[in-house]
Design a protein around this ligand. Sequence first.
Ligand code: TYD
Ligand code: MG
Length: 452
Amino acid sequence: MAKNKSVFICQECGYEAMGWLGKCPACNRWNTFVEEIMVQGSGKDRAETLVKPVKINEITTQDEERYTTGIREMDRVLGGGIVKGSLVLIGGDPGIGKSTLLLQICNMLRTESPILYISGEESARQIKMRADRLAVENPKLMLASVTSFNTVQKLVEEVRPAILIIDSIQTIYNEDLSSAPGSVSQVRDVTAGLMRIAKAGATSVLIVGHVTKEGAIAGPKVLEHMVDTVLYFEGDRHLSYRILRAVKNRFGSTNEIGIFEMRDMGLVEVGNPSEVMLSGRPQGVPGSVVVASMEGTRPMLIEVQALVCPTSFGMPRRLATGVDYNRVTMLMAILEKRIGMQLYNQDAYVNVIGGIKIDEPACDLGLIGAIASSFKNVPIDPGTVLIGETGLTGEIRAVSHIDKRITEAARIGFKRCLVPSGNIRAVEQMKGLGGIDIKAVGNLEEAFEVLF
Ligand code: TYD
Ligand code: MG
């Protein structure tokens, strides 16, 4: 008889150890190890089929078939809809709106075969009540409240759905494994089973995965490599805006984002994110600037705020939300050295408004502008957008997609753009566009002359 072995698995990243560890050596999280029993010998009986390699030019391809979800923001993030036979993971904090989004997608999907929505969290009645509120009435939609994976397999064989939705992966379990539902072994095993379903019957499978802070149940990280597409649904639960972000996509680009607003009637797409991001912006206040960031192929105007004030302790405090902390400290060092601003005894807080994360160097000039404006206590003209990457010598470096950024600024009604002088050739043709004044700057001194 096969001997069962117990291993300790990090519920966050899937790292395996022979004994319990307080801190995971792979992902550095604390208290994430849980004992799981491995049944040995289970994989050995599977017969290996003989596979021969094929010459690449002998393989015929055709464009992948897609189901459009009817929600434009979602389609864009997916790269044009749900690919037939693909496995999509939608991760996010509990309560962020994953179930709501999936139910709304079901309404618009046009498929020949049924859509099977399996929930391990809510009863069919509860889902129906929510569906009524969201006005979801697709006759192809079938609901089942199931937690056993064997039952899921039976239902799939019976219904033969075009699209299978599993809400959530942490509640579905395989009885043959002794570990608890939601543990790494269960989550991996069930996902592998779903992958077989997807590849065998050309069923597209959408999996919901809760992200956990405590590590009591396995996070979606452990199955990111198994699926075709990974989307994260982010945002502050207390604010109404939600961002859908592709982290991995075998059928499209990964830097697209979709923006939604949570209303009482469910999620509504936000077609004009710049306007939303800039709503409620204070006018003529020190420390507030607007940057133009590219989110995928789409330019987006975002407000950045900074607060700089004298520190009351020996060590100044620095805090960055929505932007890389190290980038902020580097930009502050550039300000000290190149402009001579005394920031070493100042606390600095930098915040990107709207729960957005910016990771583009093209936002450097904006961050510097916000910090300097707060330090000097001088507001920057609210009709100005700052674009440019800052180098360590204080030079402003050229950025990509300058035309898209300026066009977006003009569309929203901004009067002036600061752009790197390295982009001047591309900018020349845009002069006079929407009455926007374009100022090219080569280094920080030049930029400050224009701004302050
Ligand atoms: P839900 O989709 O259940 O989250 P998840 O599946 O990610 O755990 O969303 C739950 C939250 O969304 C809930 O706190 C209430 C809110 N909500 C609305 O504001 N409006 C709505 O129409 C719906 C259905 C939910
Ligand atoms: Mg849910």
